[in-house]
Design a protein around this ligand. Structure first.
Ligand SMILES: C[S@@+](CC[C@H](N)C(=O)[O-])C[C@H]1O[C@@H](n2cnc3c(N)ncnc32)[C@H](O)[C@@H]1O
Length: 263
């Protein structure tokens, strides 16, 4: 068997403080209700059960909380203590390092995190923990951030909307438990008011790295998120958009990839 080459480990969220986790939870926008409904409908119509949901790279638990009403058990896992602290503050019960039993998960979701994963290892482990007929859904809102000096390979993969995502049948050792015929790719375009954009941009890892490199400018008028917002507003006003009506159409394109484990 060939050994998968591990991508560089994500480092920014991993070292998030308690406060950074709380700020992320406060400002990161939740995903559109239609995204969740599309996923629940797909899982139902393809024979999925609703006992256990696993959210990998859960951060403060946006997806876990949104989907929780459909499931009896919900598990969120994440390597960042700052993120997990926020998840617990927002109602997560406890921290535990118990392994997830094989064959126990009905729906495994990864929201805006799979671009940091070692996908060959991910698919192999996902095949173990899922029940036969279980579903994997990976999605992201993409990103409009263009801070090239602060972009990691994972950020670029995200910005490209997962066009090069490794799938169970494209990894070096294909994971044959998944059904290639079941693969679905769905795309959306969402509109963002420019006033929200600044706070949403502040939840991204390139901005966290920019702020680390420019501590005196962070959270001031010189902050990168503030100057980007001002530039966008100016371009819009120059183009005749009225003040207060600045809306970026189709900015945050979202994509969701769904794969079923064979029944
Ligand atoms: C942009 S945040 C997304 C958090 C949450 N899923 C959401 O939708 O808001 C990316 C998350 O992936 C986590 N992460 C990074 N590398 C990971 C890995 N190898 N395995 C699991 N989670 C990872 C980070 O700690 C961070 O919480």
């Amino acid at each position: 068997m060939s050994e998968p080459v591990a991508p560089p480990q994500e480092k920014t969220f991993r070292k998030f403080s308690h406060q950074q986790g709380a700020e992320y939870a406060q400002h990161r926008r939740d995903y559109h209700p239609k995204l969740y409904q599309t996923l629940v409908d797909h899982h139902t119509s393809t024979g999925g059960q609703f006992d256990t949901l696993l959210d990998v790279g859960c951060g403060p638990g946006l997806a876990a909380r949104a989907l929780a009403p459909h499931f009896r058990h919900v598990i969120g896992i994440d390597p960042s203590e700052g993120m997990l602290n926020s998840a617990i503050e927002l109602g997560g019960e406890s921290a535990s390092s118990e392994p997830i039993p094989d064959g126990s998960v009905d729906l495994l979701v990864v929201s805006t995190a799979a671009h940091w994963f070692n996908m060959p290892l991910f698919w192999a482990r996902a095949a173990q923990v899922l029940k036969p007929g279980g579903t994997v859904a990976l999605w992201t809102n993409g990103s409009i951030i263009r801070l090239d000096d602060y972009m990691e390979p994972g950020n670029r993969h995200n910005r490209e909307l997962y066009v090069n995502m490794q799938l169970p049948w494209t990894v070096p050792d294909p994971v044959t438990e998944f059904d290639k015929e079941s693969f679905v790719r769905k795309e959306w375009g969402t509109d963002t008011p420019v006033s929200d954009l600044e706070k949403v941009m502040a939840t991204t890892s390139p901005v966290a790295r920019w702020r680390e490199a420019h501590p005196d400018a962070a959270n001031t008028e010189e902050d990168i998120t503030r100057t980007m917002r001002r530039e966008i507003e100016k371009a819009m006003h120059d183009a005749g958009v009225e003040e207060g009506k600045e809306l970026l159409s189709g900015t945050a394109a979202a994509v969701m990839l769904i794969v079923k484990k064979k029944a």
